[in-house]
Design a protein around this ligand. Structure first.
Ligand SMILES: *Cc1c(COP(=O)(O)O)cnc(C)c1O
Length: 384
């Protein structure tokens, strides 16, 4: 046996766990909310109440920690609960830096409740280290938040460079690695302090669980504050959701590699279609951060891409209306391919161009996915 099992092996066997009394290979759905105290008034099992700690989380948290090469993981009730936890662990007056264009739900929270609560957030172009350095407020900047590849333009940020800038300023680098997954990128190895996943997406992969995870490079005082945010705020993962998530993660490496290969195939073909103004995908040589992506991502560039449709917003919406195989829906990272007019769901204030369609590539036949998009784009072209 190798000392370092591959992600394939770690996932397939969910760390090889066997239930000691029954020898079951699959964990039960642990639903207990409370645990017995020993007669001497100690909690020797280490567990007292489900909001603090549940055996339902053990395997999922352990598996994510191993895949990310971190020190510890906490699971949350959603990706947003995981993403907001590091900001909630800051103190009023602290300053954070985040990408100009990023996951919309978190951006809305950062410009709303987080600012009202006293966290200053600057949104800068993270592809330009000079802009990040200029945004640092000495003594106040505590957190640099990166999302790579980022929604929905799929920009790629150089995590090594960002870690250096953050650390030189005494700040932490936290990475929303939802689109990359631990199969394609391991941010901690590149210098990140925290890694977040909307486990709702690729980690679970079947569009039937809401969950989030946060993994730490070290279990220090700031990590304890984050754990306290979960325990105190109570946004913990349900037992059945944890069970489903572990089941989904057993096939994570295969799903991610398949989706990445199909996305690259689609991106390369879509780039040549006359109805397409641009294809945004880190795996394409035409992508502005392709060199960074090649260095930072291993085994693929992910299953997410966007296209900009010639003819503007109306043409993009018309194209989405004419697909037959792709599902018109939000979210990403599931086994079924999704198409979404992103500006429509983000609404007022969205920086996303109106002609952009976001594509989440699933596990269907790539040729069929391409043919369906092609007929939809041709239909729009014929109408125009
Ligand atoms: C979906 C998503 C989130 C939020 O996760 P939820 O589980 O929906 O709360 C955060 N970041 C990214 C990149 C996402 O795609």
């Amino acid at each position: 046996m190798k000392n370092n099992p591959s992600p394939d092996t770690l996932c397939a066997q969910a760390l090889g766990w066997i239930e000691p009394t029954t020898k079951a290979l699959v964990p039960p759905v642990h639903v207990a909310t409370t645990f017995e105290r020993d007669p001497d008034n100690e909690y020797r099992s280490g567990r007292s109440y489900i909001r603090n700690d549940s055996p339902a989380w053990d395997q999922v948290e352990g598996l994510v920690t191993r895949l990310e090469g971190g020190a510890a993981t906490v699971a949350f009730a959603s990706g947003m609960a995981a993403a907001t936890a590091p900001f909630l662990a800051l103190k009023p007056g602290d300053h954070a830096i985040a990408p100009e264009v990023m996951y919309w739900g978190l951006r809305k929270w950062l410009v709303g409740p987080a600012r009202e609560w006293g966290i200053a957030v600057d949104f800068v172009d993270l592809t330009d280290p000079a802009q990040v350095r200029a945004a640092i407020r000495p003594g106040r900047t505590r957190l640099v938040w990166a999302e790579t590849p980022s929604n929905p333009l799929w920009q790629v940020f150089d995590l090594g460079a960002l870690a250096e800038i953050a650390h030189a300023a005494g700040a932490l680098l936290a990475v929303d690695s939802t689109a990359a997954t631990p199969i394609l990128t391991q941010p901690i190895g590149l210098g990140a302090d925290l890694v977040m996943h909307a486990a709702t997406k690729y980690l679970n992969g079947h569009s039937d669980v809401l969950a989030g995870t946060l993994t730490a490079a070290r279990t220090d005082a700031f990590w304890e504050r984050i754990v306290a945010v979960r325990t105190g705020g109570g946004a913990v993962l349900g037992a059945f959701e944890a069970w489903l998530l572990l089941r989904g993660m057993r096939t994570l490496p295969m799903r991610v590699r398949h989706a990445s290969a199909s996305a690259l195939f689609l991106a390369a073909h879509l780039e040549r279609l006359p109805q397409v103004a641009a294809v945004l995908y880190p795996g394409l040589a035409s992508h502005p951060q392709h060199a960074v992506a090649k260095r930072q991502m291993r085994g693929g560039f992910g299953g997410m891409l966007s296209i900009r449709v010639k003819g503007g917003e109306a043409a993009a919406i018309a194209c989405a209306a004419q697909v037959k195989l792709w599902k018109r829906a939000t979210s990403l990272g599931g086994v079924e391919s999704l198409i979404e007019h992103r500006a429509s769901i983000e609404g007022a204030g969205s920086p996303v161009p109106g002609d952009l369609l976001r594509l989440s590539v699933g596990l269907e036949g790539a040729e069929e996915l391409l043919a369906d998009l092609q007929q939809a784009l041709e239909g729009v072209g014929a109408e125009a």
